[in-house]
Design a binder for this molecule. Structure first.
Ligand code: AVI
Length: 352
């Protein structure tokens, strides 16, 4: 199956090397979390999603099962649906089953094989739907394929609370890109994880079976495999910590000893106890996310949450991009708190 492609294997390795060495060369070492998802990391992530402690996946699925018809109505008929980081498109099927004559579904994912397999299965299961996969990093610019007929509207779907893995500046930049991509009046459906008891959050990112630890450590194993690095995985341990000031869970790999590791011939020194920050997972309040989206020209129109308000799925619309200086001062049309209570679908949508 044809897919629009971005980048070759050599270029990808070179970028991984550059990103890894640049992150490990900082005074506070970091590695970009997008590199978690090689074949092994993707398998481990699927296992994380099924863990008792990791509530986001099943909570979001529950919200979608309960409200997918309403969500599909919000998106409207003849929509061109673009999904960022589509993976296995499991959640998307709940929407596709309910959308009225979608013009096309464009899954966008960086993992080519997974993308093509999923697209093929979807084509078999939805023979009337144009499935047009794009292999790309959705956070970088990429071209959309031409749909078979004009769409009434464009919509971007971004489930899983992956938006939480972006810094504030990067999240605003990504949301601005979404607003531009869908155009004024276009739609955005996004999964957003919400702030909650830090103990529950830390457990979700440090499970008893050690699957998240293996997922985190796989980043070092991947550098060994692909960048000729010599990390000894027994000399690093996984750590997940809630950082209140930044409203995020941070994942780290902590060096158990003083050591020097080679990455493609470049020595990287670690003090005992020094860590590499591998992921930020921001947790939002409804108001906080609405403010962030407003800075990007997106207005929250509907919010669905589970009964305990642990997770939210939010429907937003793009308006003409506001001028930067004014955007921050502009109040929202409707405060998110009101939205969550006013649109209480089946009584399950709540303010924090
Ligand atoms: C993909 N992303 C939304 C997950 C999260 O919850 O931040 C990645 C993850 N990291 C550890 N567990 C799951």
């Amino acid at each position: 199956m044809a897919a629009l492609l971005n980048g070759s294997g050599d270029a990808e390795r070179a970028r991984f090397r550059e990103d890894a060495l640049s992150g490990l060369g900082q005074p506070r070492k970091t590695l970009p979390c997008k590199y978690f998802y090689d074949a092994e990391g993707s398998k481990l992530f699927d296992q994380i999603c099924a863990l008792r402690e990791y509530y986001p996946t099943r909570t979001e699925l529950g919200i979608l099962r309960a409200h997918a018809s309403e969500m599909a109505r919000c998106l409207g008929p003849d929509v061109l649906l673009v999904e960022y980081g589509s993976g296995s498109s499991v959640k998307t099927r709940l929407l596709l089953d309910r959308l009225a004559q979608p013009v096309a579904y464009v899954p966008v994912d960086i993992s080519r094989e997974h993308l093509l397999e999923t697209a093929l299965t979807l084509r078999l299961d939805y023979p009337d739907l144009a499935v047009l996969p794009v292999c790309a990093d959705f956070a970088a610019p990429f071209a959309l394929p031409r749909p078979p007929r004009p769409a009434a509207r464009r919509a971007v779907y971004f489930p899983g609370s992956t938006i939480g893995n972006f810094s504030e500046a990067a999240a605003v930049a990504l949301l601005r890109g979404v607003a531009r991509r869908v155009g004024a009046g276009g739609a955005f459906l996004v999964g957003v994880d919400l702030k909650k008891d830090p103990r529950e959050l830390e457990r979700a990112y440090d499970d008893a079976r050690g699957v998240t630890a293996a997922f985190n450590l796989n980043l070092l194993a991947r550098m060994n495999r692909e960048l000729d690095a010599d990390f000894d995985l027994r000399r690093f341990r996984h750590r997940a910590v809630w950082v209140e000031e930044a409203s995020r869970v941070e994942m780290h790999l902590v060096s158990e000893v003083e050591q020097t590791v080679s990455v493609d011939g470049v020595p990287v020194r670690f003090a005992r106890g020094e860590s590499i920050c591998t992921e930020h997972s921001h947790k939002y309040t409804l108001d906080g996310f609405a403010r962030l989206a407003a800075r990007a020209g997106l207005a929250v129109r509907r919010v669905w949450t589970d009964r305990r308000a642990r997770f939210s799925v939010q429907y937003l619309e793009a308006h003409a991009p506001p001028r930067r200086a004014r955007a921050r001062r502009q109040p929202l049309n409707v405060p998110a708190r009101d939205l969550a209570t006013r649109f209480r679908p089946g009584g399950s949508s709540r303010a924090r």
